[in-house]
Design a protein around this ligand. Structure first.
Ligand SMILES: [Zn+2]
Length: 302
């Protein structure tokens, strides 16, 4: 039976960003989904037929915009991490010269997969181990502002204030970013205080901390909680000329117009120094890896 540390280590290996700055949320989202099913139903076995549409939705919502989505990749490749087994794997047909199994083959054969028996038993015996794995995956791949959204989407209940294994951030980043933007949201100017306390204002990384984005002013934006979450989910991005662009996928009624659409095509509020302006490299990363492309057209703005 592997020890607690050995199991944590095995899941930590999933945390490697093998392709540099390109986001790879497939395996983390699959594991979080499987952990959710295990806690909810006590069920370790997952059929690819059930998983494929759900994981595709998770990839669309929490992953970068791509021309196609591939739930079959993590379903198959997670085997390489030593935590996951695809049943009857030897009987499946590969395309010549490829190691992956085509989606169609997984669907037609109604293929099932699961965590190894040792891991499933350990997870069921020790809920804190399951929580640790989930928190490490969240911390490793997604900004804090959307952790709860992901947990809700995969049906996992965790206490996000647990700090035991969580990574420490540069505590000065928040203060420096808020000061750079005069303690107000760079999009809407929100600057409500409760007594002398600033309320609902946060320092956002443009290129995520998880993707190696530095704790520098040129990689930060002061945003109210709502605009922070919308930015981290890709509902809008900032063009290198500082103009805010809203995604075509974001929509709603009056509140959407008031809260987001009216800023479309307009420059964000500048920071106090020119050297604090968001750097193009970080904005490009956000547009490529987070923003839900394409943006709305600029000409339709009234
Ligand atoms: Zn705001």
């Amino acid at each position: 039976m592997p020890s607690r540390d050995e199991i944590l280590k095995a899941f930590d290996c999933i945390n490697v960003w093998s392709r540099g700055l390109e986001r790879a949320p497939h395996k983390p989202l699959l594991v979080l989904y499987a952990l959710g099913q295990l806690t909810r139903d006590g069920q370790n076995l997952i059929s690819f037929r059930d998983l494929a549409p759900k994981l595709t939705e998770l990839l669309k919502e929490f992953g970068p915009t791509r021309t196609s989505y591939h739930p079959e990749y993590p379903f198959w490749r997670l085997q390489n991490d030593g935590v996951w087994i695809v049943d009857d794997a030897d009987h499946l047909k590969r395309r010549s010269g490829q190691t992956d199994i085509p989606k169609r083959e997984l669907l037609n054969n109604n293929v099932h997969a699961h965590f190894t028996d040792e891991i499933a038993t350990s997870l069921q015996r020790d809920p804190s181990l399951l929580a640790d794995i989930a928190l490490r995956l969240l911390d490793g791949h997604f900004p804090t502002s959307i952790h709860q959204d992901i947990l809700d989407a995969v049906g996992l209940e965790l206490n996000l204030t647990e700090t035991v294994t969580r990574r420490k951030r540069d505590p000065s980043f928040r203060g420096r970013i808020l000061a750079a933007y005069g303690y107000s949201c760079a999009v809407c100017g929100f600057d409500v205080r409760l007594g002398s306390q600033i309320m609902g204002l946060e320092a956002a990384h443009i290129q995520w901390h998880q993707a190696g984005g530095p704790d520098e002013e040129s990689n930060g934006l002061a945003l109210c909680s709502l605009h922070h979450k919308a930015f981290d989910l890709g509902a809008f991005t900032i063009h290198p000329d500082r103009v805010l662009l809203v995604s075509k996928q974001a929509h709603g009624q009056q509140s959407f117009d008031d809260w987001l659409l009216k800023f479309h095509g307009h420059p964000i509020r500048p920071p106090q120094r020119e050297s604090y302006l968001p750097a193009s490299a970080f904005l490009d990363w956000h547009e490529r890896e987070v923003f839900k492309r394409p943006s709305r057209e600029l000409s339709v703005v009234g």
